[in-house]
Unconditional design. Structure first.
Length: 518
């Protein structure tokens, strides 16, 4: 559907296009940028009143369905003790029927006084008649009660490839799969509801496009239906979950899916866990867990076969790797197929802990680093204790990567993080928390300039989905995907970035958020 012609005037338009870096007005026609600095009096006029327009924020690592689902779950983020969580679960059990699942998300033991995982008795002492499944903030482990374990007949002494059970109640990485089959199934009706709930959140945050980093067949079908029903307000770039082996082969045989708002030409795989749950795969043990080097979640043979399929059918492979050993594992397999400079644009999702040697390989193999700046600032307070001073320089090496000519695609990993691009931008240019600490930034040698940071959420992210010739900058003929901000985040004081407002979001020439502001 063609958009209404629009005339955006009296603003500061940051195009990121070197041929015309700044404009004060633009017009939109037929869903695209029509002119710059040539207002058209016959088009509907929108007075920006000095607001700043940028190429629309693209979040290159998002979980749409999980966000929608978790907005309807118990929110356990930023809770400072396990005891407080136990009390929340007790109160929730009083509101539901016996046997119904209690699900929550977002706890983080690093915020608790002892910084230790909870023990089984903490939930079990409640004697409630409900199974409990509480996912940690990173999504890589779950705290459960005996009621839930008994439903799945889980043997706590069993050895689990790519997983572990801690304190008889913490299921790490692949161990969660033992219980997930018992959770209530997700109907397509619910999935579509969660996607729409998340979409509303997304466009309110000024995001025009997300890369959805793990899609099931039902999610793919649901998004296609929502696009056909003209209900999806933003764009989506889909990654098929690597565990859907048969579906992947069937999908590959049909080629890339390319619709107006939705495209699927990528696969998402997992190699290791996360630093917060000590599941990220490291070369040397964790400093606070001397017998643990983390987990590899897939065999080399399985990952090699997946890489071969992606290469043969020209699908992008996007692989979660956080620890230095996890990143090396991915690169070892990528290197079997990507022998030299190429345009396959395979990605490492997170690439959080990198050695210098692996940075060189990223460059040589033309691999994209898909990174989330707020992961650094969320983790920085406990990283020294976890990996030691001598390894801290390997964390979130954004500046080093850019200096080596490596493309970074910026994202948030929402709902692990908040999904607010201004928070991600702030983290990238300060490496500080929202209180401005530490002074000067954590590992400040990796701080990005304002323009570098803006580009990873626009140009870098568009390149990572093969769309740099249609979006990521503001240029005549490009998609009219725009974010309108109350301030120019490339020039204001850093302490004002977090208070900057999203005034409007325009996708494909249509105002999908902020109509009331114009």
């Amino acid at each position: 559907m063609k958009s209404e012609p629009l005339n955006l005037v009296n603003g500061k338009i940051l195009t990121l296009d070197d041929s015309c870096p700044i404009a004060d007005n633009l017009t939109i026609k037929n869903n695209r940028i029509y002119t710059l600095n040539k207002p058209n009096s016959s088009f509907k006029k929108i007075n920006l009143n000095g607001a700043t327009v940028i190429p629309g924020f693209i979040d290159a690592h998002f979980h749409i369905t999980n966000l929608g689902k978790r907005l309807n779950m118990i929110n356990l983020k930023n809770i400072n003790s396990s005891n407080e969580i136990v009390n929340i679960i007790l109160e929730e059990s009083k509101k539901i029927n016996p046997g119904e699942w209690i699900q929550g998300f977002g706890w983080d033991q690093n915020l608790w006084p002892a910084k230790d995982f909870p023990i089984g008795d903490e939930l079990n002492k409640l004697n409630i008649n409900n199974p409990v499944f509480l996912t940690r903030i990173d999504g890589h482990c779950a705290w459960v009660n005996d009621y839930a374990l008994n439903l799945a007949n889980i043997d706590l002494s069993v050895s689990i490839a790519g997983g572990s059970i801690i304190n008889d109640c913490i299921l790490v990485d692949n161990a969660m799969d033992l219980l997930k089959k018992q959770l209530p199934s997700d109907s397509k009706k619910l999935i579509k509801k969660w996607i729409m709930t998340a979409s509303d959140y997304i466009v309110k945050n000024g995001i025009v496009n997300v890369h959805d980093a793990w899609q099931s067949p039902d999610i793919i079908e649901s998004i296609i239906e929502l696009v056909e029903e003209e209900k999806l307000p933003m764009r989506c770039y889909g990654m098929i979950g690597a565990s859907f082996t048969d579906y992947i082969k069937e999908f590959f045989s049909k080629g890339h899916y390319s619709g107006k708002q939705y495209r699927v030409r990528a696969v998402k795989a997992f190699i290791d866990g996360a630093l917060g749950s000590r599941g990220a795969a490291l070369h040397e043990p964790y400093c606070d867990d001397a017998c643990n080097c983390g987990l590899i979640l897939i065999t080399k043979e399985e990952f090699t076969e997946l890489a071969r399929l992606c290469y043969d059918y020209n699908f992008q492979l996007c692989t979660h790797a956080i620890g230095d050993r996890g990143n090396e594992f991915v690169l070892d397999i990528y290197e079997k197929y990507l022998q030299s400079t190429n345009n396959r644009r395979w990605r490492i999702e997170h690439a959080q802990m990198l050695t210098q040697g692996d940075i060189s390989r990223l460059k040589d193999l033309s691999i994209i680093a898909s990174m989330q700046p707020s992961h650094c600032t969320s983790d920085m307070n406990w990283l020294k204790e976890r990996i030691g001073q001598e390894r801290l320089h390997r964390i979130s090496r954004w500046k080093t990567l850019l200096n080596n000519g490596i493309v970074i695609a910026g994202g948030s990993d929402c709902p692990i993080e908040d999904g607010n691009p201004l928070y991600e931008f702030y983290a990238a240019v300060t490496r500080q928390d929202h209180n401005g600490l530490p002074k000067g930034g954590w590992q400040p040698q990796e701080v990005l300039s304002r323009l570098e940071a803006l580009k990873i959420f626009t140009l870098g992210a568009s390149h990572a989905e093969f769309s740099e010739n249609s979006r990521g900058i503001i240029k005549v003929g490009y998609n009219a995907d725009l974010t309108i901000l109350s301030d120019d985040i490339t020039s204001i004081d850093s302490n004002k970035i977090l208070s900057t407002k999203i005034i409007g979001t325009i996708v494909d020439g249509k105002i999908v958020y902020g109509n009331d502001n114009f």
